[in-house]
Design a binder for this molecule. Structure first.
Ligand SMILES: NC(=O)CC[C@H](N)C(=O)O
Length: 222
């Protein structure tokens, strides 16, 4: 049996995710306990072949609009709410899976999955894009220097269900409303969200490798 990772390809930075997963498969396949493959997902037939789904960065308003107009929203909703499936949202993808938006909420019909409140474009105009070296070693073994790229990034301002949502990483400081700057979180063992873009870390597949091991393969072997 092959475990299939889909990358939602309605809009945004999906190719980079596909390439990172491909690189993990090529370089680490001997260490994975199952055979893996990756595919882009544009419709419900493709989604039906997947065990996990990565929702990329891009523009959450556009993603939401395309999913609604093409009638794909309900299938996506059913997939991500299925506890045996794995979902990872990056940047716009994180916005798209979240339960509440604290700003511009009328513009995005989210998948209402991740029990957090998210603020879009949280870093404002001046700091629309930056790469920060982050120490993720408290959740990814030995990964203390990961280049995390933030592009007009959202943050999680508030965890709405602390029993099921675990904060993985937050930036120092508070936003101008005094809220925390949470940029990575997981919900149960099958949902991951990051404000930044690990798929833009050139030749660095540590984040994707961890996602495959901790989320995709662990959920599959259950
Ligand atoms: N890089 C990104 O995905 C940016 C997200 C975008 N600002 C949005 O609101 O959807």
């Amino acid at each position: 049996m092959t475990v299939v990772i889909g990358v939602l390809a309605l809009q945004g930075a999906f190719i980079e995710h596909v390439r990172h997963v491909e690189k993990c498969i090529v370089e680490n396949r001997d260490f994975y306990e199952k055979k893996l493959s990756v595919m882009t997902v544009k419709d419900k037939n493709q989604l039906a072949q997947c065990d996990a789904l990565i929702i990329p960065g891009g523009e959450s308003t556009a993603m939401s609009l395309i999913a609604e107009r093409t009638g794909f929203y309900d299938d996506l909703y059913a997939f991500v709410h299925n506890p045996s499936k794995v979902t990872w949202g990056t940047c716009a993808g994180m916005i798209y899976i979240s339960q509440q938006l604290s700003n511009e909420e009328k513009l995005v019909k989210t998948l209402n999955l991740l029990k957090v409140k998210v603020k879009r474009n949280a870093f404002g105009r001046q700091a629309q894009s930056s790469t920060r070296i982050c120490d993720f070693s408290n959740f990814i073994p030995h990964c203390n220097d990961f280049p995390a790229t933030f592009i007009r990034a959202p943050v999680i301002e508030e965890v709405l269900d602390p029993e099921h949502v675990q904060v993985l990483y937050k930036l120092d400081g508070k936003d101008n409303g005094g809220q925390e700057l949470i940029v990575a979180a997981k919900q149960k063992n099958n949902i991951l969200a990051t404000s930044f873009h690990p798929e833009l870390a050139e030749n660095d597949i540590r984040f994707h490798d961890w996602f495959i091991r901790e989320f995709v393969l662990k959920n599959y072997s259950k």
